[in-house]
Write a protein that binds this ligand. Sequence first.
Ligand code: ATP
Ligand code: MG
Length: 408
Amino acid sequence: MYNAVICRYHEIATKGNNRYLFENQLIENMRYLLRGAGDLKIAKVRGRIWISRRDKQDFTEDELQVIREGMGYAFGLESFSPVIMGAPDIGFLRETVRRCAGGFFDAAFEKRDKVAFAIRTRRSDKSFPMRSKEIEIDIAEVVNDNFGRGDGLYVNLDRPDVTVFCEVRDEFSFVYFESIKGPGGLPVGSNPPVLALLSGGIDSPVACNMLMKRGCRVHYVTFHSDPYTPPESTEKVRRIADALNKWQRPGKLFICNLVEIQKAIRDNCNSRYRTVLYRRMMFRIAEKLLGRCGAKAIITGESVGQVASQTIVNLGTIDSAIQTLVLRPLIGMDKSEAIDIARRIGTFELSSWQVPDSCTVFAPDQPATSVPQDRAEHDEERLGDYEAMLDRIVEECEIYTSGGGGGK
Ligand code: ATP
Ligand code: MG
């Protein structure tokens, strides 16, 4: 019965002169996310985005399903509603409510004997012959006459079981019954891309999703230590990247073998510094990869104090290895908070697959919680020309891009 979907965004509305850039990005992203739903028209009309079929016919159930699902991944979207759109007159509103509201009242009566309802009207066309209040009373009568079941219905504006929304604009009017929450945030692509250090853990996928939510397309780099880590370690990260790419045109996943440099660190440096030194090398490699994906910052899933390598001193020592901006969106989060988000975005299950991580290869029993920068630099001098090793790792890295069509 629905022939259009109205999409609302709120944070974008505060963007002043740049607003159209955010709106256009959101529309482009919606086109991508809804590419499986047939030939759709997606257009901006006065502060809202409208989706309809090009032939203006009703959506099929399948199309609506694709839209409902796809819109859940459209960062920048506050909420959306499937609507029945037609002429701007009271006859259309009455007839539409009579024809389409029944299912919602039936569902409510299945749960209780008495059903509360509300009519909500917005009238942006002030020349319309009836005021909002009058429309509400008129439509309430239609509801009572058609779905009343004796005295089963009553009006409750604060906590209705069924709400009928009617909006009147100058060229059209529409009716809808529900407002579905979107994922919020800003459209992916409205901020520059970033490169995530993606492990198979719980935290880094959450960090990726948080940056996508703020408008950054995320590319990924993961490190393995083949033959000391099994192929499953990278397979797990590929699956996580696939899951994360549902929110965006797929980002590139750079898969790098860290083992050569790990061995050099094992053989030449203080064993208690290993994790911090590995991490400095990961950052250096990530920095070299920025140009290959256009990323402007590096992100990680680190949070203060979680493990020895994430003390304030060690985070500082890791940062000092590179010049690039490093973002750590989980920095003040408890593990349980990260887990909640991971469950919500669907990466928790994937992260629960127990396979070894590159970081734990040759890991010391007692990692140092405070590795001063000068000590790290001093130990790295013993590695000789590690830059050549890093360049080799970058050159030999494998690039994986998930299926899905876009973004290659
Ligand atoms: P967990 O969820 O178990 O904490 P984690 O991936 O966060 O997993 P940590 O040892 O806390 O593991 O690592 C901190 C951060 O370092 C990660 O969030 C990730 O950004 C980066 N990192 C760790 N190991 C790797 C790896 N093998 N490849 C890429 N990045 C990694
Ligand atoms: Mg962690």
